[in-house]
Design a protein around this ligand. Sequence first.
Ligand SMILES: Cc1cc2nc3c(=O)[nH]c(=O)nc-3n(C[C@H](O)[C@H](O)[C@H](O)COP(=O)(O)OP(=O)(O)OC[C@H]3O[C@@H](n4cnc5c(N)ncnc54)[C@H](O)[C@@H]3O)c2cc1C
Length: 497
Amino acid sequence: ARGGAGAMEARGVRQVVVVGAGLAGLGAVQRLRGTDSGSVRLLEAASHPGGRVRTRPFGLAEMGAHWIHGPSPGNPVFCLATRYGLLGPEAAREENQRAEAGGHPSLPSITYGSSGRALSPQAVREAHDLFDTLLASARDFRGAEKPPAPSVGQYVRTEITRRVPLAILATCLKLECCISGTHSMDLVALEPFGEYISLPGLDCTFPGGYSRLPERMLSTLPEGTVLLNKAVRTIQWQGSFREEGDNARDYPVRVECEDGDTFLADHVIVTVPLGFLKERHQDFFQPPLPERKAEAIRRLGFGTNNKIFLEFEQPFWEPQQQLIEVVWENESPLEKPSTDLKANWFKKLIGFVVLQPPEHGHVLCGFIAGKESEYMETLSDAEVLSTMTHVLQSAPTGNPLLPTPRSMLRSQWHSTPYTRGSYSYVAVGSSGDDIDILAQPLPEDPKDPRPLQLLFAGEATHRTFYSTTHGALLSGWREAERLNQLLEPSRGSEGQK
Ligand SMILES: Cc1cc2nc3c(=O)[nH]c(=O)nc-3n(C[C@H](O)[C@H](O)[C@H](O)COP(=O)(O)OP(=O)(O)OC[C@H]3O[C@@H](n4cnc5c(N)ncnc54)[C@H](O)[C@@H]3O)c2cc1C
């Protein structure tokens, strides 16, 4: 049974390993109690903490998370960032925190057709309003036994009846692919779509960069806790492992790193991304994960959304514009998109967000999702830059003489070995239950004398906040709390360290 005298006796010698120093892993370590200093190790494959939170000094380019979605008192990332003094004065305003943006910040924007003409703001607004209405209604099928379509994409398409704004609606669907981190909304299951919860609050950013958050979190941990460049190769569990020369104590889990180092543990919190699990779970865990969990890993969706940052000597956009949307005028969401990636990959681009504030340079951030985004990752910097220049010369400016951007930086999340994509979604054929199955600790038997050998955190394990930083942080806290309960059941749950 959990806890009790056995657990108390074992206190102090409990060894905990956390794999992954993203927000889930860092949050978990900050929250752990009942472990002595030196008994917790956080192993991170990369040379930096933060995982998919990664700021680069390119106009403060956020390679991963950009916004705090729903920055309000219910959002733990918002609370932590506020406590660390990392946010600007706008974010602190109560009106901002109460605003209901429905998860989609609306930025002052302009929309260009691919022929270079600016589209009528009214037509664009009407199309966006129609799309928003359709998407909001797509959230109404929670629990429906027979949803009208299997996927969000099919549902939205069948609901679209007006011909005029079709091309704009095609861009709306592509934008939704970026938000959902998927190749196509046809892959996103309709019935569970409404389970994702948007918190209130107008999305805000970190004036000093998102990476300040994981860096601050890391600085609160005892020295030596976090080991960077320490990729884990395998996690053996249900074993009986001893330190050399110490026969008094055996551990059920052995974590082996790529560099040959090993760590014995009673508990391991695994926060690696779902993309990594999809690729590696069969040989990463020994013995392999139970079939139920392996199935959940296979079924849940994990796609790619990338950013392309372009820096200009001078802005060609108006100072008030924050979003430059690009619409491919002959497209329709009712037609199958081209599969010729080489010829058409760039048409998946939805446009560019203007990075604020301009003190960091005149930088646009393009967003592109799906297989086209993965194809973009295989191209050279020069090829991407030349294609982007061509897109900008034809669509938003109609100016073939527009100077080439001064420099370019892009994310390549699909090729990043320990991530393998951007974030998770509930795919057709899976459900929110798969998220819960993924989150369940192992061994499954609650009476196992060596409980909680493997615990699972990370954004993909949060049923209502998956794909976000706050979902990741909360999942880390959840698993830390689960261990706290085992190690010190009498103390109940308390505030964090
Ligand atoms: C392009 C993009 C834009 C985004 N925009 C936003 C946004 O605006 N707002 C928002 O809220 N969220 C956003 N997100 C999502 C958000 O960044 C993630 O949900 C969150 O950061 C995930 O945290 P995590 O701890 O679950 O995983 P991660 O941050 O991925 O951390 C997992 C860590 O595990 C490490 N790891 C993996 N395998 C191993 C191994 N074998 N051994 C050791 N370490 C390993 C990885 O290197 C990584 O550091 C965005 C993500 C991307 C990619």
